[in-house]
Design a protein around this ligand. Structure first.
Ligand SMILES: [Zn+2]
Length: 314
């Protein structure tokens, strides 16, 4: 194993870049803007140029670099090819091949939610485990499934898309994916706000949420922690939906730990406790003792996981 590696997490507006020692120590991190003009055609050249510059600046020889791990917001097949990436303007791009040609370094590519899961397994909330389901509760619900240290990408790169598990036949609003009744519509930050607004409209019960302008998931979670009955009911609904789906997922892949991350998880143990309560109630006996942990790496989980890709595939 060589000494250094780069982690590069490409998002729709910024590219998070980092230099690591392959032992797992982050030496430095920085960001550059994502240039999505001309269908994102300069993105890989920009990344290559910044890495070349960084190697010169730090006096690091390419012989001491294991490679570059890349995370992208879209489906990835064979640790290499992005099939489509709307946020970057990309169609099918062989990221590993193109960036390897530009830099002469080994390149491994993963979906952003999946690399975040790997990052948390390597150095975060899932450290010490090899069978991990990571759930990211943000604007949407992302997921990554790791079995024996390897991410399950699936045949279309859609492995771990837990947010789009179907949970409610009666739902009339449409999910971001175009279907109706997805988990994401109840368990994401957006979903929590949506359920709170429904509860407020359903009756005239007193609730501190009535006086909140621009209702956010954080406001609902704060109100729940302060004991507001309506907010607590919303949190219960969210925990019930998610705990049920995780119990189902456990029947399929039997993980050691569920790591919960994303903006919603900043509320802390109120989230893991309510999910776990329903999980234990509904899980198959053998899977009941799975651990629940909060994610620890925040927005850096992606770059950690990018570097881990270099360790896990040769
Ligand atoms: Zn959906």
């Amino acid at each position: 194993m060589k000494k250094y590696g780069f982690g590069v997490d490409i998002g729709g507006t910024t590219i998070k870049m980092s230099l690591f020692e392959m032992t797992g120590h982050m030496v430095d991190k920085w960001e550059i803007p994502t240039n999505t003009q001309n269908n994102g055609s300069s993105i890989l050249s920009d990344v290559a140029a910044v890495i070349e510059g960084r190697l010169v600046q730090d006096g690091i020889s390419k012989e001491d670099v294991e490679g570059i791990g890349i995370g992208v917001p879209g489906p990835v097949v064979q640790d290499s090819v992005v099939t489509v990436c709307v946020n970057l303007g990309w169609g099918r791009v062989d990221v590993a091949k193109e960036l390897a040609e530009k830099t002469g370094l080994k390149v491994r590519v993963g979906n952003d939610a999946n690399v975040a899961a790997l990052g948390e397994m390597w150095q975060g909330g899932g450290k010490g485990y090899k069978n991990v389901i990571m759930i990211t509760l943000g604007t949407g619900v992302g997921g990554g499934i790791i079995i024996n240290g390897h991410v399950i990408n699936g045949s279309n790169g859609a492995g771990g898309e837990i947010g789009h598990v179907f949970v409610d036949e009666t739902e009339e609003e449409t999910c971001g994916c175009g279907k109706r009744g997805c988990l994401e519509q109840y368990a994401s930050a957006t979903g929590i706000v949506r359920m709170a607004k429904r509860a407020l409209a359903a009756d005239n019960r007193e609730s501190t949420l009535r006086s909140v302008e621009d209702l956010s998931a954080k406001a609902v979670l704060d109100a729940a922690k302060a004991g507001d009955e309506m907010a607590l009911e919303v949190v219960e609904q969210m925990g019930k939906r998610l705990g049920t789906v995780l119990a189902q997922a456990a029947c399929i892949v039997d993980p050691e730990v569920f790591v919960i991350g994303g903006g919603v998880s900043k509320a802390g143990t109120i989230i893991t406790e309510v999910i776990r309560k329903y999980y234990i109630e509904r899980a198959f006996n053998s899977c009941r003792n799975a651990d629940f942990a909060l994610a620890e790496l925040g927005n850096d989980a992606g770059v950690y996981g990018c570097v881990y890709l270099l360790l896990s595939s040769n």
